[in-house]
Design a protein around this ligand. Structure first.
Ligand SMILES: [Zn+2]
Length: 97
């Protein structure tokens, strides 16, 4: 049997947990603020991209945008796409081209 360690009393353990929970809450607040900022920035960038693309007339420019890794299909326009490509973007390009 191990010796009784006053550090291990339930109250001490709970106090330790309370400190950790407070740290986690602080980190959570920080990450939520960061996520909010990133969402706002993303919204601004997508609005800018949509506006910029509306000024783009040529098929080649849309294709270029797609090749640079962005969706050009109406449902996901301006979002970063996966490297595998997007069927909707492809059919959108085919319809226009
Ligand atoms: Zn797409």
């Amino acid at each position: 049997m191990s010796e009784f360690n006053p550090e291990d009393t339930l109250i001490a353990v709970l106090a330790g947990l309370e400190v950790k929970v407070a740290e986690i809450q602080r980190e959570l607040r920080r990450l939520k603020a960061l996520a909010r900022n990133l969402e706002e920035e993303n919204t601004r960038l997508r609005a800018w991209l949509t506006e910029a693309a509306s000024e783009i007339k040529g098929e080649d420019k849309l294709r270029l945008l797609y090749e640079q890794g962005y969706h050009i299909c109406p449902a996901q326009f301006g979002r970063v796409r996966s490297t595998e490509g997007c069927l909707f973007c492809h059919s959108f390009l085919e319809k226009r081209g």
